[in-house]
Ligand binder design. Structure first.
Ligand SMILES: *Cc1c(COP(=O)(O)O)cnc(C)c1O
Length: 355
């Protein structure tokens, strides 16, 4: 291991270190029984005649096997969220940050949930801005760390800028951190960069978040993934809600992910092709000042009078994300790459509005 000084129990919250987790009926008896009278379920059935009267597997064993095959990661280094990767973000604060005492580092402009979740947990957030071209300032991030810095959030490819951070800068931060460094890879499937997943072995303080919401097209399902050392995952499993993913979703996800995993690559290919078509079309519009380099399924576009353009687009039924008030994103709209037809409509309306 690159950092042998890292001792997980040293950075856990005191109350979490020795916690006795809730023990579900499913924890106490696993397997098939003749009669199940241990969980106060309705033994007669479920309303609507569905098959939903029994509590689901609290650890999603079957689904994890499927995800393990897809990701090439062992089951004991994986946590699955039934409320997306946002669930993982909240659990990391619960595990590591003493409210009112510990702090986290975020690098704006970036994904909003790191800060919102910090506030919910009464954890101070130190902001170390990205450079003008949206790169990580590794030395400044490291300088901002103190003994109470338990979490450092790195989003790469970053939302809303769309770019990936320089790999060596990220590595520098991971190696220097005494706390946990979280790399949010929500957009990794669209990226030319390699995932950090396969470097977890080297860095005991690294956590990688991924999601089925973007490239996989399963935002509605709220399926999130967290990968880390098996020690960190064991802690997360102790503090998660007992049945954090419903049985319908476990069954559905097992089915589609074992049968149709290759469709994800087709979607990625299509989306990237559309992104590359969209860029020159946007460049033809004189009001467009800059299109930032994207390693994701969206483009950050600097455009004259962006807020007015946004409002006009809304009036025409086309909704993009107004980022004009976001730090370093003045006059910027964040535009998700749509289907060919959607992108064409967007371009037509933009031409009308900006003429
Ligand atoms: C969309 C997004 C997520 C949300 O993922 P869910 O799994 O849907 O909760 C996480 N991180 C970033 C940076 C995102 O843009």
């Amino acid at each position: 291991m690159a950092d042998s000084n890292f001792v997980l129990s040293d950075i856990l919250r005191n109350n979490i270190r020795n916690i006795t987790p809730y023990s579900t009926a499913r924890d106490e008896f696993q397997g098939v029984a003749l009669v199940n009278l241990d969980a106060n379920e309705n033994s007669f059935g479920s309303v609507g005649n569905g098959n939903y009267n029994r509590y689901p597997d609290p650890y999603q064993h079957e689904l994890k096997q499927v995800v393990s095959k897809i990701k090439g990661m062992p089951v004991d280094q994986m946590f699955l969220g039934g409320s997306g990767s946002d669930e993982g973000i909240g659990l990391l604060y619960t595990a590591f940050c003493e409210p009112g005492v510990d702090n986290a580092i975020v690098c704006p402009p970036t994904y909003g949930m790191y800060g919102v979740s910090a506030e919910i947990n009464d954890v101070a957030c130190k902001e170390v801005p990205l450079t003008e071209d949206f790169q990580l300032q590794a030395d400044k991030v490291i300088a901002a760390m103190d003994d109470h810095t338990k979490l450092t959030w790195i989003c790469s490819p970053n939302n809303p800028s769309g770019n990936s951070y320089d790999r060596e800068s990220i590595r520098k931060v991971i190696v220097a951190a005494k706390g946990i460094v979280v790399i949010d890879e929500a957009y990794i499937d669209f990226s030319t960069e390699k995932s950090w997943l396969y470097e977890l072995e080297k860095y005991p303080n690294l956590v990688v978040l991924q999601t089925f919401s973007k490239a996989w097209g399963l935002a509605n399902c709220r399926l999130g993934m967290m990968f880390a050392s098996k020690e960190i995952i064991a802690v997360i499993n102790k503090i998660k809600l007992p049945y954090n993913m419903n049985g319908m979703m476990q069954k559905y996800a097992c089915e589609i992910l074992s049968k149709y995993a290759s469709q994800k690559d087709d979607y990625v290919e299509e989306i990237l092709a559309e992104r590359e078509k969209l860029i020159p079309e946007l460049e033809k519009i004189p009001a467009v000042q800059k299109i930032y380099p994207s390693d994701a399924n969206f483009l950050l576009v600097k455009i004259t009078n962006a807020h007015e353009v946004y409002k006009s687009l809304v009036q025409q039924g086309i909704i993009v994300r107004d980022r004009t008030k976001v730090f370093l994103c003045q006059d910027c709209l964040r535009i998700t790459v749509g289907t060919a037809k959607e992108n064409k409509m967007l371009i037509e309306k933009l031409k009308e509005i900006c003429k």
